[in-house]
Structure formats: C-alpha cells, structure tokens
Design a protein around this ligand. Structure first.
Ligand code: 5GP
Length: 303
C-alpha cells in the first residue's frame, strides 16, 4: 500500500519538476533571467533544484539563435558532456564554461547589460554634482572609481573618490592591462579607469558612469562602441571661470592650467554622442538619464 503511495507521489513530483523546468527554460529564452547570474547561482547548493538540475546543453540552447551546432562547439571546447547539469559541474569545467557563458551573455544579451556612460567636460562644469544627483535618484546608476597619482585632497576618501596610487603602481596597472583607459590630465597627473569592476557592474545590469577627461573618453568610445559619450558644457566660458574660482580648491596656477585645458576640451565637444548644457543640475541629470535609457532600448532585439 505504502509502496504504491510513494510511487504516485514520486511520479507527481516528477511531473511538477518537468513543468517547472519547462517554465524556467521559457523564462530563460525570454530573457527574464540573466544568463551569468543563473549560471553562478547553480553553484550554490541550496539553489532551486530546477536550476541545478538543468542540463548545460539546454541552458546554452535557451539563448535565442544558439542552436545545436554552436552549443556542441562550446561543450567540446570546455570538455563538458551534453548531459551534464548546471549543478553537477566540476570546478575546472565550471571555470572554463563561465568564461564562455560570460562572452555569450555579452554578445547575445547586450540590452540586459548596463550602459557605460562616459561623462566628460571641463573641470568645474559640475560633473560631480550631476553624478551625485543621478546616483541618488536612480539606484541603477553607479559611478566608477578611478585610480590616480594626484595627491589626496582634504575630505577625499580612498576607494570612494579615487584609488590613490604611486606612479609605479599606476604603471603596473597599465602594463597588466587592468585599465579600460588612462590619461595624463592637466599635463600633470595620471588618471585611469580600472577595467574589472566596470565590467562586473555592467554584467549586473548597472549603468556605469565614468567621469573622465576628453582623451580618456575617446579611448573608451573606441574600445566599447556601445558606450554613450556625453559632454557636459557650461552655459558660457565666463560661468565656468567663475565656478572654478568659487570652488577655491585649486591654486591660481592650477586654475589657469585647468581653464586652458577647458578651452581645448570645449573645442572637441562635437566629437561626443551628445552635449548636455549644465543650466540646472536636475535638468542636466535627467537629460543624461533619458539618453542612457534610450540607448539601452535601442540595443534590445527587434520584435
Ligand atoms: P580632479 O583632479 O579634479 O579630481 O580631476 C581632474 C580631471 O581628471 C577631471 O576633469 C576628470 O575628468 C579627470 N579624470 C578623473 N578620473 C579619470 C580617469 O579615470 N580617466 C581619465 N582619463 N580622466 C579622469
């Protein structure tokens, strides 16, 4: 009696599991889950059995346009059998497959990733205030923290405003390819964007803002075509000079150097995807957010 009860119960659970798996595969195909996140979650033992029990083959084939042949090629490259499940991968297989999954995610689901927003504009134009406005009103926007050889100013915190490094440490970052871009700004100090944190945040779907100089902005646009470059312009050059003087954080010589850089930068503003004039922080911030959301929509696959 109890044996037949168990069999019924087991078969009922089997049906439920198959249904849940089918639903999950459909959600995956419809792009409701991020590929990389699903892959990573399968490593955690208490993740849903549906995810852990999903065959790697089906997982890969849930990518729209990714058929049998492409799937087999990936499996061959990483040495994983088609019947292996996401939760049952060995450490080495998992590491090799993760690299593939990440590349597939970036290639096939660009609209699920965040947008890289490059914000440039002359010193004193108000980029920092605009960024603070955006990040406090839109939690999906984050500011990337740069590395610099410039001395720390009073009130600046390591890892929050910058990573303050020595010229030798900066050179090591360049040599190891750890920077997405770098430049000597105001003919004096080195500034650069660490690559890994930016990529990880974009994978999570965050829109990452780089507040960098014009030379760096050009490098990023060249390396990442899908990025959005925005030049923040002052209402006039005089307004800029006044703002910089009012800030009082630089010596007179430094201020003059910054104004000279500003003149050069303003001449190049037409090279950007968009120009936003900083009349008020709210308007400028909202314009940038709207540009980012439009750029993300443009990357979504056509119905
Ligand atoms: P500050 O010394 O006032 O903090 O920054 C000076 C300038 O350096 C800013 O105008 C900013 O645009 C630029 N900057 C800051 N971080 C980076 C970076 O990572 N890369 C580049 N290329 N420029 C940066």
């Amino acid at each position: 009696m109890s044996a037949s009860f168990d069999a019924t119960e087991a078969s009922r659970r089997g049906v439920e599991m198959r249904r849940a798996r089918a639903e999950f595969k459909k959600a995956l195909r419809d792009g409701e889950h991020r590929l990389v996140e699903v892959f990573d979650s399968a490593e955690v033992p208490d993740t849903d059995a549906v995810v852990r029990g999903l065959r790697v083959e089906w997982f890969l084939r849930s990518i729209p346009g990714f058929g049998v042949t492409k799937t087999q090629r990936v499996l061959d490259r990483v040495g994983v059998s088609p019947t292996a499940t996401l939760g049952g991968l060995r450490v080495r297989q998992r590491a090799a497959l993760r690299v593939e999954v990440q590349a597939l995610y970036r290639r096939y689901f660009p609209h699920q990733r965040g947008v890289l927003v490059v914000l440039a504009g002359p010193s004193g134009v108000g980029k920092g205030t605009i960024v603070s406005w955006i990040t406090s009103h839109y939690p999906d926007f984050v500011l990337s923290v740069s590395a610099t050889t410039r001395p720390q100013r009073p009130g600046e915190r390591e890892g929050e405003h910058y990573y303050f490094v020595s010229p030798r440490q900066f050179q090591a970052l360049i040599d190891d390819g750890d920077l997405l871009e770098w430049a000597v700004v105001h003919q004096e100090h080195f500034y650069g964007t660490p690559r890994a944190p930016v990529e990880a945040l974009l994978d999570e779907g965050k829109n990452v803002i780089l507040e960098i100089d014009v030379q760096g902005a050009k490098q990023v646009k060249k390396a990442m075509k899908s990025s959005l470059s925005v030049f923040v312009s002052p209402p006039s050059f005089d307004v800029l000079a006044e703002r910089l003087a009012g800030r009082g954080t630089e010596s007179e010589a430094e201020r003059d150097r910054r104004l000279a850089t500003a003149r050069r930068e303003l001449r190049r503003q037409h090279e950007f995807d968009a120009i936003v004039i900083n009349e008020t922080v709210e308007e400028a911030g909202q314009s940038i957010v709207d540009l980012v959301l439009a750029s993300q929509r443009a990357q979504a696959p056509k119905e």
